[in-house]
Design a protein around this ligand. Structure first.
Ligand code: DPP
Ligand code: ZN
Length: 844
């Protein structure tokens, strides 16, 4: 394992002026001819000529027209080269059909497609495959397939060939090529300066009916980026292609975004409201990359958060605008805690900008993406909305066309706002979730809040320095009126006090409003204070958060002390359910309980070893208590929230369906599945059909519905992925592994398809009590599949291996079994570099 370090960065010896590629496509013998104009980089004296290349069959190479014989190794070639501009020509042969890693050029259902980020281009031809080498590309594709696409604008075509030219210099990771029998869903968009842009979503025949929403989301994203960031689209055409076999969600290749079909195709009959929301966010994300990622890219892969943190932040802003600020913020935080806080607390913890890696694919993480976005949100709070807007304008002006760094990014904020960000920069280099301890004091009208910050050691970082933490705070008086509107306290020291004057009584503080920083708050609050905030907080995030901490506190006591759910809690929840002034989507979130993983995190944080079965039983018992105590308001919500009229995926209707579903999940515990059975039979949309099925399965009903669902949807891969996943994620703990095992025996368990693989292996890992069964069956099952997948597709296997990353929380028996599983995965002679790095880090 060779480790690559940020501190070892050196500029490229040669830059590229232009690239011309010709592809003669054939499943097992695609020929790629490249013609690349190089020039020495004036910024370095280094003249070593190295081109990356992996799994390529080099047929010929020339420099300035003269044959050369390069020195070829496993990862590239070297060759003597002039200290002056020259033209490199090479021909290689590759085999897309046998490429199961889905990186480079590969085939999916008879169509050719590519995935080059981060380092897949080197599997297509020899090239300086690093993001700081940028060039305009001309691409000629030769094939009998009817649709031939690449980046940029179409420049010429004829019978059996097409040529594309991308005038915008780009790094190789943004290269894309698609060829197939595809049909398009076309549209047009006129930019604010009057440029007419052709838009297409390309899909396999039969999927045409699932493109309209994605197209609508694309046009809304284009408008939003013009209005909010002043960014316009810059080519004549924007193509999106849906691909069934894809390692990630989607990819922002210049002018030719390639999407996992699950991240673009949708219709009311086949997609849930959650699918619609995710598709809207991913379409926006990839489109926004056109400026934050493509026009301004990263100097090296350590700077990945430069484009990903910012682009996630932008897609979150967009989704909040589309779907409601508070509700979306709550969903962001739920996802952050589930994935990023977990990562930050375990052996895989790393800074938002990592300092080293073995395989960069292992660093497309919640920390780089989601914590990276939180860091930008904090920056915006610290410099204000105007400062942020000025800094972003300067960023685009100063760095358009550059391969930039986090230093460049922070410098524009310093230059635009005059603020010194030296200390703030630690957010990029220091791993771990800071804990903020809150104590308070009241005397003579003065209220003092004392905040103390601490970050636990993480791998490779034993000492942590204080961070700049914006803590948004409001104060309520005992009547529930707000006496201090939201104000942002800047915590910069290890311990600091803030005073509020002129209060007539001791206030109740509402801390970290809007989740103003990615930290955990520790305060000796009691349930009475949380109940008060749940009833009165004017900040919707903290109102929800009060209910959440209350639920966790109740559940923790149920798990650890065998207590039963207190009536005060059930009354508070009933008040929320009944409060018609609250948005249905908000009420649905407030009625949802923390899951097994969430509670395992909380119980571990309280200093106890989590018992997944005990957590499962406590959650079930709390659900029963809620169902019984709230049966009347839940039953009326179930009726009230029904929607007459045609399906709309908009946030308002989705919120009603969500609340109705939430009510149903409790009511099914009381009515023997009567409502869910009826809803399943009557549903005309996937949200309700799947929601009803989930409620049935979770409560031990629904065998015949599971069958009829498969009969109805067997032809639709994306719907069947849900069917596979649901049976496992909602299975009783003792049945989860056997259910997963049985599903893998099916003919349609096409495990090489990453979506199908995740729908089974990922679903089991998410069924906390099922995965962690004391027998170790869950660990063995997941390990077996990771080993199998690692041989075909290291990237997908390595990412899924994070199922094991929380292993040190558990008891000695479970730890022993997980260690054995990880060792078995990592000790194979043919283990991939991706997996080897993950196992090494997890075993630490
Ligand atoms: N396709 C991934 C994303 O958009 C990597 N760039 O985040
Ligand atoms: Zn991205």
């Amino acid at each position: 394992q060779q480790t690559i370090w940020l501190k070892d960065y050196t500029p490229p010896a040669y830059l590229v002026e232009s690239v011309s590629l010709t592809f003669a496509l054939a499943p097992r013998a695609t020929r790629v001819v490249s013609k690349i104009a190089f020039r020495p980089n004036p910024e370095t004296a280094d003249r070593s000529f190295f081109l990356h290349g992996e799994q390529l069959n080099l047929l010929s190479a020339k420099i300035d027209g003269k044959e050369v014989t390069p020195d070829v190794t496993e990862d590239g070639l070297t060759c003597p080269a002039p200290d002056a501009p020259f033209v490199w020509e090479a021909e290689v042969e590759i085999s897309p059909e046998t490429n199961t890693a889905l990186e480079g050029l590969y085939m999916s259902n008879g169509m050719y497609c590519t995935q080059c980020e981060a380092e897949g281009f080197r599997k297509i031809t020899y090239y300086p495959d690093r993001p700081d080498v940028m060039a305009p590309f001309t691409v000629r594709i030769e094939s009998d397939l009817p649709v031939l696409l690449s980046n940029g604008n179409p420049s010429a075509s004829g019978d059996g060939w097409a040529e594309w030219h991308d005038p915008w210099p780009k790094p190789a990771y943004l290269f894309a090529l698609v060829a197939g029998e595809l049909v398009n869903h076309p549209d047009r968009f006129t930019t604010k300066s009057g440029k007419d842009v052709e838009l297409n979503i390309w899909v396999r025949p039969g999927d045409e009916g699932k493109c309209a929403y994605g197209m609508d989301a694309l046009k809304r994203s284009m408008t939003w980026d013009e209005e909010v960031y002043g960014r316009e689209y810059d080519l004549d055409i924007f193509n999106i292609v849906a691909v069934d076999d894809f390692n990630m969600g989607a990819m922002e290749n210049k002018g030719l975004n390639i999407f996992n079909s699950s991240a673009v195709l949708c219709s009311p009959e086949t997609s849930t409201d959650a699918n619609f929301a995710r598709i809207e966010a991913i379409i926006a994300h990839e489109y926004f990359h056109n400026w934050t990622g493509n026009r301004i890219t990263c100097r090296d892969w350590f700077q990945l958060c430069l484009k990903e943190g910012l682009t996630v932040y932008r897609d979150q802003q967009f989704s909040r605008d589309m779907r409601g600020e508070a509700v979306h913020r709550i969903e962001e935080v739920l996802a952050l805690r589930a994935r990023q806080f977990r990562e930050d607390a375990g052996p895989l913890a790393h800074p938002v900008r990592p300092e080293s890696f073995v395989e960069i694919n292992n660093f497309y993480t919640a920390t780089v993406y989601e914590k990276g976005a939180e860091v930008i949100g904090m920056l915006k709070q610290l410099v204000g909305d105007e400062g942020y807007a000025k800094a972003l304008d300067l960023y685009f002006e100063r760095h358009d066309g550059d391969a930039s760094t986090i230093e460049d990014w922070l410098k524009v904020f310093e230059d635009a706002t005059g603020r010194d960000l030296t200390q703030f920069k630690r957010w990029y280099s220091q791993a771990g979730t800071p804990q903020v301890r809150v104590t308070d004091d009241y005397a003579d009208g003065r209220y003092t809040l004392t905040l103390e910050q601490e970050t636990q050691p993480t791998p490779g970082q034993s000492n942590k320095d204080p961070l700049v933490i914006p803590v948004a705070v409001g104060l309520l008086n005992p009547n529930g009126d707000e006496v201090q509107p939201t104000t942002v306290l800047e915590l910069t020291e290890a311990k600091q006090s803030f005073t509020f004057e002129g209060l007539s009584s001791r206030p109740v503080p509402s801390i970290l409003r809007g989740f103003s920083a990615p930290v955990t708050i520790q305060k000796d609050s009691d349930d009475a204070e949380r109940t008060f905030l749940l009833a009165h907080d004017t900040d919707p995030f903290n109102k929800w958060e009060a209910g959440r901490t209350l639920a966790k506190s109740v559940l923790s006591r149920m798990v650890l002390n065998g207590e039963t759910a207190p009536t005060s809690y059930l009354d508070a929840l009933r008040a929320v359910a009944r409060d018609d002034t609250l948005d249905p989507a908000f009420r649905s979130l407030a009625l949802a309980l923390p899951g097994g993983e969430d509670m395992a995190q909380s119980i571990f944080a309280l200093g106890h070893c989590p018992d997944p079965d005990a957590i499962f039983r406590a959650c079930r018992s709390l659900r029963d208590a809620i169902a019984a105590h709230l049966s009347e308001p839940l039953a009326s919500l179930y009726d009230q929230m029904a929607i007459d009229g045609p399906f709309s995926p908009d946030a308002k209707d989705a919120g009603r369906r969500s609340l109705r579903q939430s009510a149903l999940s409790y009511l099914t515990r009381l009515d023997g599945g009567e409502r869910a059975t009826a809803l399943y039979a009557a549903a005309d949309n996937m949200t309700e059909q799947l929601g009803a099925l989930a409620s049935l399965i979770a409560n031990g009903h629904g065998q015949s519905e599971v069958q009829s669902f498969a009969n109805q949807w067997g032809h639709d891969r994306l719907v069947m992925d849900k069917w596979f996943g649901l049976q496992i994620s909602h299975a009783q703990p003792e049945e989860a592994v056997s259910t997963a095992e049985a599903l893998t025996q099916r003919d349609d368990f096409d495990w090489k398809n990453p979506n199908r693989f995740r729908s089974v292996i990922g679903a089991l890992a998410m069924n906390s009590a099922g995965f962690h069964q004391a027998s170790g069956a869950g660990y063995a099952f997941v390990a077996d599949w990771l080993i199998r997948m690692d041989e075909a597709n290291p990237q997908t296997a390595a990412r899924m291996s994070t199922a094991f990353d929380s292993w040190r929380r558990y008891d000695a028996d479970r730890q022993g079994m997980i260690r054995d599983a990880l060792t078995r995965i990592g000790d194979r002679p043919n283990v991939s570099r991706d997996m080897a790095e993950m196992v090494t880090r997890m075993l630490g």
